[in-house]
Design a protein around this ligand. Structure first.
Ligand code: NAD
Ligand code: ZN
Ligand code: ZN
Length: 380
């Protein structure tokens, strides 16, 4: 089958690999209809991880079931499905408490909890930027979708970034009437803003410096804040008459940079601690890694990010972090899409044949104007 394979820094190749197959009785084989390139894939693409050469990439997958193992009873051949990026067993302590992103059983790498498709340190699982994908524990993991092809560009956001954006607002504690600051207007930040507005936030400020992304934020009713035009904290303080926001969401990650492009991994956490009111909540879904050989300072290379903990403590704020447990939200978010109350596909900028993946990676990685979210189609 054709698949997107990691070759080395800034190098992915679409090539032939052995077909994905059912290996365990609980496996399901999915024929991919849409698979997305994610900001998280860029960490590997840029050579910042230990991902091995030859790995098939892709954790944002949807498609149609073509084969089920003998122990699968809920999911049927022909079902249209969304595949959460987390691979969960469904029965360990964390899964039983809804924390499928911290499954204790599916990642065999020592010291790691939580598994995913096609990702460094997240287990031996191939990704779905390919014609077919093997889904372990298919009955546990798969979300069934209405049959047909309707809402494809909305449903494809259910595997990761819509639930991740939603999770950011859950961790922050967003309730109706809140003012919310979202840092980062990449796909995840835009999904967090969309989520906060669906939840009834009064005002949602979205901070970035990319004009095309800020325009998209404004197109859904958020307020764009351009951090290259001045300190974003001051801009939001002015707009809230010095009160700050009730909640904040971090959707940037350790590659946060200043307007000149220099990386400061602690910058956005500091901004959030400053702009969120005392006792307000902060949800961090941007990724901070325990090791990042590409980080600018030695401390950051070891995952030590020195944000303003003193002010955080003094203000009595709370902070939630980590990978999103997609299954906790994806059924409800699917139903919001079907009901016409959520339209996460608004961020899609490019739909490419799988064979054009290398170009998609390169241009998305350069954050070229208008390259917000790239979908790959094996059958296009
Ligand atoms: P992205 O790189 O496309 O978006 C990040 C945005 O942040 C960019 O638009 C960039 O201009 C902006 N930015 C950089 N510095 C900034 C600053 N100082 N202030 C405000 N904005 C700034 O990535 P994405 O796909 O949107 O993902 C964002 C983060 O979320 C990444 O770290 C990704 O790995 C992570 N992620 C986490 C989960 C999870 O489950 N927790 C899931 C998916 C992605
Ligand atoms: Zn993703
Ligand atoms: Zn588990």
């Amino acid at each position: 089958m054709r698949a997107v394979v990691y070759r080395g820094p800034n190098d992915v190749e679409v090539t032939d690999v052995p077909d994905a197959t059912v290996q365990d009785p609980t496996d399901v084989l999915v024929k991919i209809t849409t698979t997305n390139i994610c900001g998280s894939d860029l960490h590997m693409y840029e050579g910042r991880t230990s991902v091995e050469e030859g790995k098939v990439l892709g954790h944002e997958n949807m498609g149609v079931v073509v084969e089920v193992g003998p122990a699968v009873s809920r999911v049927k051949v022909g079902d249209r499905v969304s595949v959460p990026f987390n691979i969960a067993c469904g029965t360990c302590r964390n899964c039983l408490h809804g924390w499928t992103s911290f499954c204790l059983r599916t990642n065999p790498i020592e010291g790691m909890v939580g598994a995913a498709y096609g990702y460094a340190n997240m287990g031996p699982y191939d990704g779905g930027q390919a014609e077919y994908l093997r889904v372990p524990f298919g009955d546990v993991n798969l979300l069934t979708l209405p049959e047909g092809t309707e809402h494809e560009n909305d449903f494809t956001m259910l595997s990761d970034i819509f639930p991740t954006g939603w999770h950011g607002t859950e961790l922050a504690g967003v309730v109706p009437g809140d003012d919310v600051a979202v840092f980062g207007a990449g796909p995840v930040g835009l999904m967090a803003a969309h989520s906060a507005l669906i939840k009834g936030a009064a005002r949602v400020f979205v901070v970035d410096q990319q004009a095309d992304r800020l325009r998209l934020a404004e197109s859904i009713g958020a307020i764009g804040v351009d951090f290259s035009a001045g300190d974003p904290v001051e801009q939001i303080m002015d707009a809230t008459r010095g009160r700050g926001t009730d909640r904040g969401v971090e959707a940037v990650g350790y590659q946060a940079h200043d307007p000149s492009g220099e990386e400061h991994p602690e910058l956005v956490l500091d901004n959030l601690v400053s702009v969120v009111r005392a006792t307000g909540g902060i949800g961090v879904v941007g990724v901070y890694m325990p090791q990042d050989p590409g980080a600018r300072t030695e401390a950051a290379q070891q995952g030590r990010i020195g944000f303003d903990y003193g002010t955080f403590f003094t203000k009595g704020q709370s902070m939630g972090t980590g990978q999103a447990p997609v299954m906790r939200y994806n059924r409800q978010l699917r139903d919001l899409i079907v009901a016409g109350r959520a339209t996460p596909g608004f961020i899609v900028s490019h739909e490419l044949p799988l064979d054009d993946a290398a170009e998609g990676y390169a241009r998305f990685d350069r954050r070229e104007d208008g390259w917000t979210k790239v979908l790959l189609r094996p059958e296009a």
